[in-house]
Design a protein around this ligand. Sequence first.
Ligand SMILES: Nc1nc(=O)c2c([nH]1)NC[C@@H]1CN(c3ccc(C(=O)N[C@@H](CCC(=O)O)C(=O)O)cc3)C=[N+]21
Length: 293
Amino acid sequence: MTLIDGKAISEQVKQEIAAEVAEIVAKGGKRPHLAAILVGHDGGSETYVANKVKACEVCGFKSTLIRYEADVTEEELLAKVRELNQDDDVDGFIVQLPLPKHISEQKVIETIDYRKDVDGFHPINVGRMAIGLPCYVSATPNGILELLKRYQIETQGKKCVVLGRSNIVGKPMAMLMMQKAYPGDATVTVCHSRSKNLVEECREADIIIAALGQPNFVKADMVKEGAVVIDVGTTRVPDATRKSGFKLTGDVKFDEVAPKCSFITPVPGGVGPMTIVSLMKNTLLAGKKAIYG
Ligand SMILES: Nc1nc(=O)c2c([nH]1)NC[C@@H]1CN(c3ccc(C(=O)N[C@@H](CCC(=O)O)C(=O)O)cc3)C=[N+]21
C-alpha cells in the first residue's frame, strides 16, 4: 500500500509556482493577484481561506481577503463581484461557498467574469471543460488529477467509480476521468444517494473517488483488493479529545480500507492541500493570461 502524500506534493508544486513567479517578476512582470470573498464565519471556510492566503505568500502572489457578515445582501455581494471583474489589478478571485441561504450561489457564480473565475465554477468554464477546451478546471478534481499523474497511477481503461454528483467535485471529476487523455480514459460510473447498486459498483472499481461528504462511508467490504482510493471528504466531526473540538474526517474508513489498497489518500494531508495548490495554479494561469488572453 502506498500512502499518497498530498501535503508533500502540494509543497513541491508551490515551490515550482514560486520559481515561475520569481522569473516573471525578474523580467519586470507583475505578481499574480488572487482575491477571495468570505461571507460569515463558517469554521471550515475560515480555515480554507486562511490556508489559501498562506499559500499565496509561499507562491509569491498578492492576495486580498474581502469579508462580509452573514447578513450581507445579495446586491451588495454582487456589486463587489462586479467591482472585482473590473479591477485590472485582480487576476482572479473566488467567492467561498457555501453562502447564506438568502444569497443565490448560482447568481453569484454567473456574475463572476469567467476570465477571472479561478475556481472554475462559471458555466462557461464548466462547459469548456466538458468538451475538452482550455479553461479553469475546478480545483479539487484538478488536484486529484495531479496526484494521479505524480504517482503515475494508471487510469486508461480502468473502472472508476465516483461517489457523489456535486457541481464542484463529483460531476467535473467524472468528466475528467473519462476525458480522452491521461489521466483519464477511464470507464466512469457515478453513484449517489439514489443509487441502488452503489456497493456492488464500488466492489468492482479499480479506482474509487469518494466525494459524498459522509464521514467513514466507504468500508473495507466495498473495496476490491489492490484498488486506488481517493478520499475527498473533509467533514468536521465533533471530538472532545481534541483541542480544536473536532476531527477532520474523510468519506473513507481509512484504517480498515487502507490495507486493501494499492494507493490511498489520507485525510487530512491528501486531497485538501492539492485543492489549494490547484487554485494557485489557476491563479498563475490567470496572471499570465494564459487561457483567455
Ligand atoms: N469557492 C469555493 N472554492 C473552494 O475550493 C471551496 C469552497 N468554496 N468551499 C469549501 C470547499 C472545501 N475546500 C477545501 C480546501 C482546502 C482544504 C484543506 O486544506 N484541507 C487540509 C486541512 C485543513 C484543516 O486543517 O482543517 C487537509 O485536508 O489536509 C480542505 C477543503 C475548498 N472548497
